[in-house]
Design a binder for this molecule. Structure first.
Ligand SMILES: Nc1ncnc2c1ncn2[C@@H]1O[C@H](COP(=O)(O)OP(=O)(O)OP(=O)(O)O)[C@@H](O)[C@H]1O
Ligand SMILES: [Mg+2]
Length: 330
């Protein structure tokens, strides 16, 4: 089965073709047009600008994905598109493109939850054959910090989530406080590489809760900055990164043990962070799956991968598929 995936939920326009065979998934193409440089001028994503950029990029990106996959329209078996959650004006562009292709080519269509797609990046990762359920997934991204129990394909139980800022959002806000620019995650990681974790910053453990909270940590950094008590930005970046990673890793490992998970899956843009990747691999008593960095941030290969499993399970949507900005995973 060959599935075209389309992603436009935030500030990346992406299209990809994924091949699903008996022994797993294979990426035939994964074309991403990023708007990061445009939004960097404003210090964050501007929704109106994002939807207009998606309109400009969507057709060239789809054409590029089809050309790189070296396939014709008639070789496709289905179209999968992110239908939520995300920015309404951005989602609509991808959803309408997917519906147009499905209608014109008489292809099956499936709407994919963006967070489910992040999880399915792990099925495009080496070792995907050993992904036996139950699995515990940490989705750490720009808009979410979710701990999810996955009992089977498409079966999710939400075990924990952030009560305020998402992990990626916290990285972005901390980078702004430290004057490191946007997007904050890669900027903090780069600065932290030449710093030491010497500042004392709080961690919100919240006793036995599986939820996260990062706003107190961000405020503590802001107070230190306002008081002129950050002698070296690199040390502040390293201390902040360490605090976020400590909480993400500890809670994920604890939950994985409690629910007897066979494996931990890491997903979402923050999963690109090397300290998080290394610490989880070092601290987890069970195997960990981590997608390659390019598949952690938004891309359509993960959407197509999820689409392959949805089509296999008979999950299809009609041409009345809409954009659902607040779509939930569980
Ligand atoms: N190396 C890194 N270290 C830490 N954070 C990172 C790194 N690379 C990217 N990020 C963060 O990941 C986030 C982007 O991830 P992603 O594209 O998955 O988010 P999103 O799609 O906007 O949100 P969501 O997936 O929740 O809808 C940003 O907040 C960015 O700062
Ligand atoms: Mg995302």
């Amino acid at each position: 089965m060959k599935v075209l995936g389309i992603e436009s939920s935030c500030d990346e326009t992406s299209a990809a073709v994924v091949l699903h065979e008996k022994d797993g998934l294979c990426i035939l193409s994964n074309s991403v047009a990023s708007q990061i440089e445009i939004h960097a001028r404003y210090g964050g994503v501007v929704p109106e600008v994002a939807s207009r950029q998606h309109l400009l990029a969507i057709v060239p990106v789809i054409e590029q994905a089809m050309a790189e996959a070296r396939i014709k329209w008639e070789d496709l078996d289905g179209v999968a598109v992110t239908s939520g959650p995300g920015l309404a004006g951005s989602l609509i562009v991808g959803v309408n493109a997917a519906k147009a292709i499905a209608m014109a080519r008489n292809l099956p269509l499936t709407g994919v939850n963006h967070l489910e797609a992040h999880i399915y990046a792990n099925w495009l990762t080496k070792g995907a054959k050993d992904l036996d359920f139950p699995l515990v997934c940490l989705i750490a991204s720009g808009g979410h910090s979710d701990l999810v129990l996955m009992r089977g394909h498409g079966e999710y139980v939400l075990l924990g989530r952030t009560r305020d800022d998402a992990a990626g959002e916290a990285f972005d806000k901390a980078a702004r406080i430290l004057g490191l620019g946007y997007p904050g995650g890669p900027a903090i990681e780069k600065a932290a590489a030449s710093g030491t974790s010497s500042l004392t910053l709080p961690r919100a453990w919240m006793k036995d809760s599986n939820d996260f909270s990062f706003s107190g940590l961000k405020t503590a950094l802001l107070r230190l900055s306002e008081a002129g008590r950050i002698p070296k930005v690199e040390d502040a970046a390293a201390s902040f990164q360490e605090a976020v990673v400590d909480v993400l890793v500890s809670k994920t490992v604890r939950v994985a043990k409690e629910y007897h998970a066979r494996k931990i899956l890491l997903a979402g843009g923050v999963a690109a962070n090397k300290l998080l990747r290394n610490r989880l691999l070092a601290d987890s008593p069970i195997p960990v799956s981590i997608p390659p960095i390019g598949l952690c941030t938004d891309n359509a290969a993960m959407v197509a991968a999820c689409g392959c499993y949805r089509f296999t399970a008979g999950k299809r949507d009609g041409l009345d598929l809409d954009a659902y900005p607040s779509l939930r995973l569980a």
